[in-house]
Ligand binder design. Structure first.
Ligand SMILES: [Zn+2]
Length: 251
């Protein structure tokens, strides 16, 4: 198919859908300038990841985790939602998309205007931090000031517990509540639209398989081939903003 035919096919699937689910990975955020940490050459392939148990066990590991996080702050702080995020937001507003399941930790779907309760974050969110013991939310700007002054990993102001960005680390269990919500949304979907995920990381990649087995139409937009291209009803190897923006009529 040529590019116009692919976009028309995607638009047709979207127009038929009544309760679509969008599933996003790093590819939608790279179009906003956020690095793809897990890709070849990405940050996590250049530096050994810090596992959750090490974070719990070692002040040095906690300091290094925070040092790395603040080193990435400029990329995160400068990133804004792009055309792909705006197109997804438009589909949520129209009532076509019921939920957005994301592997991204940048909060850009919420920044695009999607209500937070419609965004299911499988890997958490790096734009704020929480206490691992009591759950109190902590803001990164405050943590950074104290960290750069004292060179100590932050502790909770309420209970003195360890404070960590609200992300799922290597070696940390997937969040059960979010996993359950994602499963419920997937089982209710008539169209499951994957945007910018290579679909090789499990358990996340299990959702499009589940949707397809359950009778949903499966569409994938990703620059590179994915692990589930053969299962999908439509695969478009092209940029997300240009493709979905054109299919939805959003600039
Ligand atoms: Zn606490």
């Amino acid at each position: 198919m040529d590019s116009d035919s692919e976009i028309a096919a995607l638009a047709g699937m979207i127009n038929e859908a009544r309760r679509a689910v969008v599933f996003t990975g790093a590819g939608i955020s790279t179009e906003s300038g956020i690095p793809d940490f897990r890709s070849p050459g990405g940050i996590w392939t250049q530096m050994a990841p810090i596992y959750f148990d090490d974070f719990l066990a070692s002040e040095a590991a906690r300091r290094e985790t925070w040092r790395r996080r603040f080193a990435m702050e400029e990329a995160f702080a400068a990133a804004e939602p792009n055309r792909g995020h705006r197109a997804v937001d438009a589909l949520v507003r129209r009532g076509t998309v019921a939920s957005v399941i994301t592997q991204n930790i940048d909060g850009l779907h919420q920044a695009s205007g999607i209500p937070p309760e419609k965004v299911i974050e499988l890997h958490g969110n790096t734009t704020y931090a929480t206490c691992l013991d009591c759950g109190t939310r902590h803001e990164l700007a405050d943590i950074r000031i104290a960290f750069e002054r004292d060179d100590k990993a932050p502790r909770c102001r309420r209970c003195h517990g360890f404070v960590k960005t609200a992300t799922i680390s290597f070696g940390q269990a997937m969040p059960q509540g979010e996993m359950r919500r994602a499963e419920i949304a997937t089982l209710a979907a008539d169209l499951f639209l994957v945007l910018g995920s290579s679909l090789v990381v499990y358990p996340a990649a299990g959702f499009p398989e589940l949707a397809k087995r359950n009778g949903a139409v499966l569409a994938i937009v990703n620059r590179e081939p994915t692990g589930l291209d053969e299962l999908a009803d439509l695969v478009i190897h092209h940029g997300i903003g240009d493709t979905l923006g054109a299919a939805v009529g959003v600039n």
